[in-house]
Design a protein around this ligand. Sequence first.
Ligand code: NAD
Ligand code: IPM
Ligand code: MN
Length: 348
Amino acid sequence: SRVVKLAVIPGDGIGPEVVAEAEKVLDAVVADSGVTFEKTRFSLGAGRFLETGDTLTDEDLDAIRAHDAILLGAVGGQPGDPRLKDANIERGLLLKLRFELDHYVNLRPSKLYPGAPGPLADPGEIDFVVVREGTEGPYVGNGGAIRKGTPHEVANETSVNTAFGVERVVRYAFALAEKRRKRLTLVHKTNVLVHAGAIWKRVVDEVAREHPDVAVDYLHVDAATIFLVTHPSRFDVIVTDNLFGDILTDLAGAVTGGIGLAASGNINPDGAFPSMFEPVHGSAPDIAGQQKADPTAAILSVALLLDHLGLGAQAARVQRAVEEDIASREGTRTTEQTGAAIIARLQA
Ligand code: NAD
Ligand code: IPM
Ligand code: MN
């Protein structure tokens, strides 16, 4: 029978709380599937750094790389914690994993499920996927500062956009659009970021010629935020730069019922490295340790994980159980209660 080696990184704050529920759902849905998940738990994050001074050692990275997939909760301490100033958990751990494991597709689906507490009065159908570039853009750490702390300080953060990097994620987005409603929107800021904008626009135009049945349009990122609120049903696949994708997907989470429902996959489509599945949200220090976090985003990330591993039937069961639960939610529940309610649907 098939064995899947899964690295589990619960992380900080609400990470361990939501991952606990996600793991229970995973265990329940694969129980009778003939697939065994061999899990290795990695203690990484701000907590580990404060104890040992390590963010992600070479040994950690090698060990994680030897797995088939990764499930991550969230990492990062309280924003502004002076003890974490130089630790850079976000760069040294989360982004390091995304870069080293070549997660060039950051897949972030947004769907307004019946019963979800969306903030829009008349949203229509919301069902789109943001294909966020995951290994380039302003995230690469290509920057520096001089004359720090003086009135003449200069700080640069240079966005890196390569033809190779843009083309591979754009191709992925077109292939996804072909399988969906065949609409693709490029979001950028070509009116200001002329060099980066030009390469994205050119590559999209070129790849579009190979997909004559996909309707392609373009929006500047500022206008895209308008339409995400006023007319979100116009979107099917959005392809965009790493930073724009980060910002748009928190907004997308908010318009589809809250960040507690937003799942993501950091995908290495070539399969050379393990892909990593995680909620879009962070460690939420404001509600950590109180059983207040919604584990749904982590649980839907398990559905993305199962799908990625070719376990489509199990993924669909998780998806259905979550949708049924969302449709019938009332009152406040603890993190564990929500997990248990979803598992009950799964087993019904
Ligand atoms: P956040 O996503 O952690 O929290 C933003 C708001 O959303 C908070 O009010 C929080 O309580 C709420 N929220 C988040 N997840 C929720 C859930 N599952 N259920 C209910 N409410 C939820 O963003 P932040 O406050 O900007 O960041 C906190 C820390 O997390 C920072 O250190 C940041 O760098 C890190 N972070 C990590 C990841 C990740 O690991 N992938 C993602 C984003 C932020
Ligand atoms: C996310 C987070 C990360 C990002 C941070 C914590 C590095 O906000 O996963 O959306 O910006 O990608
Ligand atoms: Mn983010």
